[in-house]
Design a protein around this ligand. Sequence first.
Ligand code: SF4
Ligand code: SF4
Length: 188
Amino acid sequence: MQLTNRSVQVVNKKMTFMERIYLPAIFKGMATTLRHFFMRPATVRYPEVKREFAPVYRGWHVLKRDEQGRENCTACGLCAVACPAEAITMVAEERQKGEEHLYREEKYAATYEINMLRCIFCGLCEEACPKEAIFLTDRIVPADYARNGFIFGKDMLVEGTTPDKRVDVSVRQKHVQEKKWAAEGVKS
Ligand code: SF4
Ligand code: SF4
């Protein structure tokens, strides 16, 4: 069965004079190269120039805190179950007396790790979370030479407590919601 219309039948016919001197083919190739000089380049001079991302771009995750600075995550494990890449692992702990200012609920994630080499940034963890604890952001996961540097623990995921260390997800979330409504035909 023919899959494309690009197949070329090979024939063993004798080359013409013009084919034997190769010049037309060379000029044709040079014309293609020349044409590309005047075309808009498909690449940018990163890192000096940065591309503008889509407002719903899914990048480096954040584990959010509530207004009082307590971690939202209750280590229910739903994000890990939803993750198709099995990139999320966690260890749950009971909140102790006196730790109410650190964790919002009785259970929290003592360890929470995302393997960024496995992650496909699908956003299913964000959708599965019932506690508004995990969100994807517009931050790019930085490149590295060592594989073990891509296991992001709580130190890389949980946002800080001070205002300058908070990660604003509201803009992206607004776009995500609008996109969902548009797909469902709901007017915002
Ligand atoms: S974005 Fe997708 S692949 Fe990445 S951790 Fe979340 S659910 Fe897993
Ligand atoms: S991030 Fe959300 S879904 Fe994942 S363990 Fe924490 S509370 Fe549960």
